[in-house]
Design a protein around this ligand. Structure first.
Ligand code: CP
Length: 339
């Protein structure tokens, strides 16, 4: 081997050993106490803090040139996606690969469910019989991840189920707030848009409440479930200017036209006029406020391009943090020892 190449390999090996030692020293053999993450409520505040501590270490790891480490070698991860996904599926797959997990992707259209009429439960039990170590499921039906989690011994992570929840999105969102603002408790957060069809809002409001944050929730009356403020700690606004005034974080949601949101608004143009985050609305928040969005973004409807391109946008930070959080989750669910 060329001496320069040999030196590079030696440096990478030394760095990887150093990283693994730091991970073991900081996180120890702690593991999340829950078998499944179906809802963000499966995690306590303490569990979320452990995930954030672990994600912080993995954030240093993801910028390195050689990211493959043997921490979870020999394990298998099945990414079972019945709906389209870029951020969640790719980051879970990359996270598994970097930890040396064997990752397998199964899509709805290629599965025996859509082609041959097999039930979701039977397919999950089949994958379990092959000793899959973890199953990541996205499905249009609310409750699907919980249903299969009850049937099989492999841990299940909900990667988004219908209008219900998207717990790993809430984790990366809270981690981004922590990373950008230094704390979660005490933050003023406005969540704007299509709350009714949003699994992101379903997990985010629960997660913020866990840290004592009572968000402002803003949108047209038809896109906010009636009585939301009686179920969760939040304040409901229909006037966006009032909702974003003086907040630390503006969190814009995607208007979900594919989930019938179109029937709840007079027109997309009208919605955009009343609720799109533009520079004027951003200026009503704190001077150092950040703007977040889970993606994919409807430009000029959820967020103006001028806001997306501004230094207040944390959208790409969310994506990067999502990768670090999912590395942390795999490590904390498949490695170490259960508390
Ligand atoms: N935020 C989110 O879930 O994005 P994807 O649909 O691309 O996974």
């Amino acid at each position: 081997m060329h001496p320069k190449r040999k030196k590079l390999w030696e440096e990478i090996a030394a760095w990887q050993e150093q990283f693994e030692n730091r991970l073991i020293k900081t996180i120890g053999k702690r593991k999340l106490p829950t078998k499944n993450i179906v809802s963000i409520e499966d995690l306590s505040k303490e569990d979320m803090q452990l995930i954030f501590d672990c994600a912080r270490l993995f954030k240093e790891f993801i910028v390195k040139p050689d990211k493959k480490i043997n921490l979870l070698k020999g394990m298998s991860q099945i990414n079972f996606f019945f709906e389209s996904s870029t951020r969640t599926r790719v980051s879970f797959e990359l996270a598994g690969k970097h930890l040396s997990v064997d990752t397998i992707n199964v899509t709805g259209s290629a599965s025996t469910i859509e082609k041959k009429g097999e039930t979701l439960n039977d397919v999950a039990r089949t994958l379990n019989a092959m000793h899959a170590d973890i199953i990541i499921l996205r499905h249009a039906r609310a409750g699907s991840p919980g249903m299969i989690a009850d049937q099989i011994s492999a841990p299940v992570i909900n990667a988004g189920d219908g209008w219900h929840e998207h717990p790993t999105q809430a984790l990366l969102d809270l981690y981004t707030m922590l990373d950008k603002r230094g704390q979660i408790s005490g933050l003023k957060v406005a969540i704007v848009g299509d709350i009714k069809h949003s699994r992101v809002a379903g997990s985010l409001i629960r997660a913020l409440n866990c840290f004592g944050v009572e968000p402002n929730v803003a949108g047209p009356p038809t896109l906010i479930p009636y009585g939301l403020e009686k179920v969760f700690k939040c304040r409901v606004f229909h006037n966006i200017e009032k909702a974003v005034k003086g907040v630390d974080v503006i969190y814009a949601l995607r208007i979900q036209l594919e989930r019938a949101a179109g029937g709840d608004i007079p027109s997309v143009r009208e919605y955009s006029k009343c609720y799109c985050i533009n520079l004027e609305r951003l200026a009503m928040a704190k001077f150092d406020a950040i703007v977040m969005h889970p993606g994919p973004i409807n430009r000029e409807i959820d967020l103006k391009t001028e806001v997306m391109e501004s230094d207040k946008s944390a959208v790409e930070d969310q994506v990067e943090n999502g990768f670090a959080v999912r590395l942390a989750l795999l490590y904390l669910m498949l490695g170490g020892e259960r508390r």
